[in-house]
Design a protein around this ligand. Sequence first.
Ligand code: PLP
Length: 426
Amino acid sequence: MLDYNASHFTFGMSTMPDSTIIGFEEAFGAHHYERIGVVVRQAKNCWLTDMNGRQYFDCLAAYSAANPGHHHPRIVSALVGALQGNYASVISNVVYTDPLGLFLRKMAELVPQLAPRFGANGNKVLPKNGGVESVETAIKMARFHGWKNKGIADGKQEIIVFDNNFHGRMITVVSFSSTPKYRNGFGPLTPGFVSVPYSDLDAVRAAIGPNTCGILVEPMQGEGGMRVPAPGFLQGLRELSDQHNLMLLFDEIQVGLGRSGKTFCFEHEQVVPDGLILGKALSGGLVPLSVFVTNAELMDQAFNIGSDGSTFGGYPLACVAGIAALEVLQEEDLAQRSAIQGDKLKKRIEEIARRSSHVKEVRGRGLFIGIEVREGNAMDFCRQLLDLGVLANDSHGHTIRISPPLTISDQEIDFITERLEKVLVG
Ligand SMILES: Cc1ncc(COP(=O)(O)O)c(C=O)c1O
């Protein structure tokens, strides 16, 4: 029997010491993550607390899952209401539920008309759990489009992807990753992908062939080093997709839902994709929820009874969280807050960078900011930040990722920048 103490809410779920918790993970868990030694017992808005009451400012926000801040009270109370009201659990997919209907409508209407060349049919939404599942849904859609609408032989469809992409860790998606560690030993891999340099339109043009059915892109690369593409890149992808009738798929799992200073990252270039993938912040980081959204015509064409499904995809609890999180996004104007606070924070970081011998480049949009360090050892700086009470990590080894919850206050910007100053300037 574990030393489980549900009434001990002050420090989380149990009173067991950190060393015991770490020992359990070591002994019983797969070692697929490098952890940095802190055992978090509570998370509230932008702050994480350990057993001794020490607080850390969360500059990671679970890679955008915690955009509205941890345990946003409105999302928590919607979830508690659903659990106490007995409308939260998975119900067989042979019946309708009201949370799913309400969520689908809200989601479909929040996104501008996708793939308008297929008609003003509105959007339709296919819900899943983790983000990678919705990436795979999008891949299925693009392949189906290639087969049905372009006459490509089934099995020959190709999708253009980008070097240093990150779309998750399941077999099909790691099959086109540029990181050997994600793939090695896990073959046979899924064929049908051609990878070209990010932000390079000429390379995309050259890669388009008779079997190309789609382009899958992150409008800004998160894991690939917090990269913002060159102006005109997304617009160029749009034009090429129109010319060659390709499905243009944007993976906004990390950069959507306010993170970039706009509700959707594609709004920065006024480019509308044919398919959109969202996850992470879609439930406010409280339960797994992701979606693939596309033009209703295309969704109906590709998916009919039996051609897709998921036990938990669109289950009531996730939809309740999704509705509440989308309401918080809109009513608290999180995109605008991200734009304003991100602008302040980036300017302060740029000012520090001018006095630092370590910083090579500062880049980003909204509260998606990367600090590339010359020595390529971003994690060394992140460890120093942790000692000073800031949780951050690296992106692609060389870049410190600064992506706090979108609710960050001016005082919290002061808190982070004072600490960045210490580690980057001294
Ligand atoms: C751009 C992007 N796509 C897909 C994923 C995979 O999402 P998940 O880990 O929820 O499967 C991630 C996760 O970080 C991501 O950043």
